[in-house]
Design a protein around this ligand. Structure first.
Ligand SMILES: [Zn+2]
Ligand SMILES: [Zn+2]
Length: 91
């Protein structure tokens, strides 16, 4: 048995951070791949129909479950939270 050291604890915190960023990164890569292969198609912004869009992930563990938003509305969604655009039918 190895006693836990403070250094290990802070490393754990950092690897949590890395894991969540890795999920984000992987989701982004999956979208790029799917766009190239044709598995996923870009759509216009769901708010203003602009064609210059980013893929937005509601969940990074569902990398191909994306919403298409232009830069402006993408930023706004991240600032304002998920409730800003009630586009999905309510359960
Ligand atoms: Zn827009
Ligand atoms: Zn986003």
């Amino acid at each position: 048995m190895t006693p836990r050291q403070p250094a290990l604890r802070s490393e754990t915190r950092q690897s949590n951070w890395r894991r969540s960023n890795l999920a984000k990164y992987r989701a982004h890569l999956a979208v790029q791949r799917a766009l190239v292969s044709g598995a996923l198609q870009k759509q216009s912004c769901e708010v203003c129909s602009s064609d210059a869009v980013d893929a937005h992930h509601d969940r990074y563990d569902e990398p191909l479950n994306v919403r298409w938003l232009c830069r402006r509305h993408h930023v706004r969604l991240h600032r304002g939270g998920e409730d800003m655009f009630p586009v999905r039918p309510s359960e």
